[in-house]
Design a protein around this ligand. Structure first.
Ligand SMILES: *[C@@H]1O[C@H](CO)[C@@H](O)[C@H](O)[C@H]1NC(C)=O
Length: 302
């Protein structure tokens, strides 16, 4: 009894501080019991996971690293935990009209564990024969390869994670796009591709990964790129800005083999509807409201 009457006010105060996700408007100020109840809920942001840097713009007087032309960062004292409130949530889906994903970015590897990749086949400038199966081969370092979740239901639903060796747990995608010519100056449409494959296995177990382009490609000029992803398909996140790229691209041509029209199923203008059974089903927004329709407030949430 002494505990309740004497300490309850302090407990309520503590819950206000540590339960950063609490929506104060839903609770009357003297409703100690419901504040107390919510303190133990897992949906509360733990005090020791709050990044104080997120409450600063980076442009406060005397801040290290200020340079002309920098933008002030958006701020939030509570890790932007309600950043997506009221918006179309990604909620594990590939939503073609855009969405907002509220899951934390996750674990970031050490510099010594950063991913690096080189495409070893096709080689730059190779002239492949049309409609003929070939392999895209890559050598990657520091990827715990072959790990991917259901892309239809769990797209971006969990943070990037590291294996016991400190390397990112994830997988590599291969994309091949028609670029028209070797000296193309128009960026290819990212929603169109001739070939796309998530490499599901860990290759030779030492970073040599392969995707077979079954049936090859029609004659043309192409760019092949890697697209490194963590387990939940998000692009990999690295510890420092100044680094070599985690991905590689190579350009090559495909020349028509003698006689007849192209028989390749990998047509130049394939799109996201092409491989859905393998790469996850895409869908339009359910609220008819794109993520960008609500302007983000400069400070705080709600
Ligand atoms: C592609 O790689 C696989 C696995 O190493 C191999 O069995 C196959 O022969 C290769 N295909 C071609 C066309 O090189």
């Amino acid at each position: 009894m002494f505990f309740i009457t004497f300490f309850a006010p302090f407990l309520v105060l503590a819950s206000l501080i540590s339960c950063a996700s609490l929506d104060y408007s839903q609770v009357t100020a003297n409703d100690g019991s419901s504040l107390f109840k919510r303190q133990g809920q897992k949906s509360c942001l733990n005090q020791n996971s709050i990044q104080k840097a997120s409450s600063l713009t980076g442009q406060e007087k005397g801040t290290q690293g200020i340079k002309a032309g920098q933008s002030p960062s958006k701020t939030d004292p509570n890790n932007f935990i309600n950043f997506c409130a009221g918006l179309e949530l990604t909620n594990g889906k590939q939503i073609t009209s855009g969405s907002c994903n509220g899951v934390v970015m996750g674990k970031i590897p050490a510099v010594s564990n950063m991913i690096s990749t080189i495409i070893t086949n096709p080689k730059p400038g190779d002239q492949l024969t049309s409609d003929t199966t070939f392999n895209v081969s890559i050598q990657a370092t520091h990827l715990n390869a072959g790990h991917f979740v259901n892309p239809t239901t769990n797209y971006y639903t969990a943070p990037q994670d590291l294996g016991s060796n400190g390397d990112i747990i994830g997988h590599c995608h291969i994309t091949v796009q028609d670029i028209g010519s070797m000296d193309a100056t128009t960026p290819p449409d990212p929603s169109k591709f001739a070939f796309f494959k998530g490499i599901d296995d860990d290759g030779n177990g030492r970073g040599l990964l392969q995707a077979t382009v079954d049936g090859g490609l029609p004659a043309g000029t192409y760019r092949v790129c890697t697209l490194m992803g963590a387990e939940n398909h998000q692009p990999v996140i690295m510890p420092i800005a100044q680094r070599g790229a985690q991905d590689d691209c190579t350009k090559f041509t495909v020349v028509a083999k003698k006689g007849g029209a192209s028989t390749s199923k990998n047509q130049k203008n394939g799109d996201m509807n092409k491989n859905q059974a393998e790469e996850g089903f895409v869908q339009g927004g359910s609220k008819g409201k794109a993520a960008q329709t609500k302007q983000t407030k400069g400070k705080g949430q709600r």
